[in-house]
Design a protein around this ligand. Structure first.
Ligand SMILES: NC(=O)c1ccc[n+]([C@@H]2O[C@H](COP(=O)([O-])OP(=O)(O)OC[C@H]3O[C@@H](n4cnc5c(N)ncnc54)[C@H](OP(=O)(O)O)[C@@H]3O)[C@@H](O)[C@H]2O)c1
Length: 331
């Protein structure tokens, strides 16, 4: 697997990471043994960058990753780059959230994550969502104290604005910004990618497959009732039908290049910028292997990238990427 570097410390990570969220929550039922097998296969294929958060499955996701790391002992711990997040607080079983960026919360959340992950230090610790009541400088000071204490190696922000990133970097380097970025979610192109380039911050693209919609393999009619996507505006009604037309056109282009939709969606992201690291999520070895192969594929040409840009021009994508409840803390 090709590598990319993270932040000014230039930590080597695989060009594609693995998003672990779906192994615990949001995308229907999961099976821990299948998820552990997928994690093991990922590492064997050269994927070393694993993404989780304390809120995914209310701790289950971090504990699962902790089991995976423990199974391989110290050698595995040294191989993996663990990224986790704090800041979204939910009542068990609820989607609605409150955002906490207070110093006391950050310190206790970090200790709880370290314990669940079974590690001494979190390689990359993100603020999952911003609470504007806590100035960014104060929150960065809390995180810098965790770095000094040896509990966190590098700091990240998720769904923060370019302005927040600049203020944060004045306090302490920010290794990565993680936000939604894919063919159908192009907000980072409005200044964030440029800010990351200037500041030496990597950009981690989450939901790079549009939560599977871009792959053309899911439809709202077949999703389980407890699947988060069932209530996502882009997967609903007329918006879904309109978005599906774009995905069918994507399939035509991907077929012509000998790729799957998923592979072309990932190759497009990798071609966009050398500091972009997509983290596709999957619980299945077959999907994982298909996605990993995208990094070895010839990158799409400038003309092909432009064609895809136009196909998924934001004005042609129907529906918002979150419900109102999901927009809490997004800058
Ligand atoms: N910072 C944030 O606020 C935030 C928000 C959302 C997600 N994330 C992170 O980003 C990661 C990735 O995002 P995501 O999981 O939301 O969305 P995604 O990566 O765009 O899509 C994941 C979905 O695509 C399916 N899939 C994966 N590869 C496929 C392939 N080759 N063909 C067909 N389907 C495929 C998966 O199926 P199976 O699972 O059934 O295999 C899963 O349903 C998450 O795991 C999480 O770590 C962060």
């Amino acid at each position: 697997m090709k590598q990319r570097s993270l932040g000014t410390a230039r930590t080597a990570v695989s060009a594609l990471g693995l998003g672990c969220m779906g192994m615990s929550e949001f995308y229907g039922e999961s099976d821990d043994s299948q998820s552990l097998a997928t994690l093991t296969r990922a590492l064997a294929l050269g994927v070393n960058f694993f993404d989780t958060a304390d809120t995914y499955g209310f701790g289950h996701n971090e504990s699962l990753l902790g089991r995976f790391i423990a199974q391989g002992g110290a050698a595995r711990r040294a191989q993996v780059v663990v990224a986790t997040k704090f800041g979204i607080v939910r009542a068990p079983g609820q989607y609605e959230r409150r955002i906490d960026n207070s110093d006391a919360y950050i310190r206790s959340a970090c200790d709880a994550s370290l314990q669940r992950l079974g590690v001494d230090c979190i390689d990359l610790y993100y603020c999952h969502r911003r609470n504007p009541d806590v100035p960014i400088e104060a929150m960065m000071a809390s995180l810098a104290a965790l770095v000094r204490a040896g509990k966190v190696r590098q700091i990240g922000l998720s769904e923060a604005s370019a302005d927040t990133l600049r203020k944060a970097c004045a306090v302490h380097p920010v290794a990565a910004v993680q936000s939604e970025y894919s063919l159908w979610s192009r907000e980072p192109e409005g200044g964030m990618l440029q800010a990351c380039s200037e500041l030496g911050t990597s950009f981690v693209a989450y939901s790079p497959l549009g939560r599977a919609f871009l792959t053309g393999t899911v439809s709202s009619a077949t999703l389980a009732d407890n699947d988060f996507r069932k209530h996502n505006p882009r997967f609903s009604g007329a918006a879904e039908a309109s978005n599906r037309e774009r995905v069918e056109a994507l399939r035509g282009i991907a077929d012509g290049l000998g790729m799957t939709n998923a592979q072309l969606a990932l190759a497009w992201l990798l071609a966009k910028h050398p500091h972009v690291v997509p983290i596709p999520g999957t619980r299945r070895i077959a999907y994982l292997e298909q996605n990993v192969a995208a990094a070895a594929h010839d990158p799409p040409s400038t003309e092909q990238v432009a064609q895809l840009d136009a196909l998924f021009d934001p004005a042609r994508v129907a529906g918002t990427r979150y419900t109102d409840a999901g927009m809490a803390g997004i800058e």
